[in-house]
Design a protein around this ligand. Structure first.
Ligand code: ADP
Ligand code: MG
Length: 258
């Protein structure tokens, strides 16, 4: 085993900044960030609207470039890559989950999950694509819905498909921007439970949320304000989604009996 490789943080930022210019006006969306995220972490990024969370996530996702500073993804300096190399790195190392699921509507769950593998290099044979998509759907508890279209599924189920899609290329890290933003509170807890399960199995997760209730399920909470990190703490007695769900079920039972 290569010890040096195994100790490389998944994400490392040095003096990372992003300034938007529109005419005379400059907006410092992200200011001189230093950050390390190790394998196996489950990080919540919190902060008021406009604090720079999405800007940071877009940079972490290799969708946008910083104005200055550096971003190492799994030890690779993203700025040194061509557009094509960045796309390959993104496809290989990152999975994405969005607030609005971003599934293709006229396409089955299985095909939605297969999608990121079409862009993989080297090409993945059809049979293997099927197999891996099925396994990913099994992992998120949707093995029985592979032929369904998104419109035939609940919000929580659609988000599970999106999570399966994020996992199918076996990424180093899953980036999620407000993944529970469109879900009711019980479904949100169920999705956090799935994230906790995946994290227990070794997946690194970085998630934006503005809800403290949701951040409470993560292992580490980072708070941003005006483009800077103003809080970064371990969340040692984090909420366990499975226990919360059990409690909700009991309450429901008791309400029925009363
Ligand atoms: N494309 C853009 N052009 C100009 N300003 C932007 C752009 N995107 C974001 N900003 C500004 O950068 C700051 C941070 O925005 P953003 O990262 O979206 O914050 P958050 O996701 O925390 O709400 C805000 O002041 C926002 O108005
Ligand atoms: Mg945002």
């Amino acid at each position: 085993m290569n010890m040096q490789l195994s100790s490389t943080p998944v994400i490392e930022l040095h003096g990372l900044a992003k300034t938007y210019k529109s005419g005379e006006v400059e907006v410092k969306a992200v200011r001189e960030l230093a950050l390390r995220i190790e394998r196996g972490e489950f990080v919540a990024i919190m902060g008021a609207s406009g604090s720079g969370k999405s800007t940071l996530m877009n940079i972490l996702g290799c969708l946008d470039q910083p104005t200055s500073g550096s971003y190492l993804l799994d030890g690779v300096d993203v700025a040194g890559l061509s557009r094509k190399e960045r796309a390959v790195l993104r496809n290989r190392k990152l999975g994405f989950v969005f607030q609005s699921f971003n599934l293709l509507a006229r396409t089955t769950a299985l095909e939605n999950v297969e999608l990121p593998m079409f862009y993989s290099e080297p090409l993945i044979p059809l049979r293997i694509r099927h197999q891996r998509a099925l396994q990913a759907l099994e992992k998120v508890g949707l093995a029985g819905r592979v032929r369904h279209h998104p419109s035939q599924l609940s919000g929580g189920q659609q988000q599970r498909i999106a999570i399966a899609r994020a996992l199918v290329n076996q990424p180093e890290v899953v980036l999620a921007d407000e993944p529970t933003g469109n879900l009711d509170s019980r479904t949100s807890i169920e999705i956090m439970g799935l994230f906790q399960e995946l994290n227990d199995a070794g997946i690194t997760l970085v998630m934006v949320t503005h809800e403290l209730d949701i951040a409470a399920y993560c292992k580490r909470i980072i708070v941003m304000r005006d483009g800077s990190i103003v809080g970064d703490s371990r969340n040692d007695d984090r909420r366990q989604a499975r226990r919360e769900i059990e409690r909700l079920d009991q309450e429901e039972q008791q309400a029925k009996l009363a």
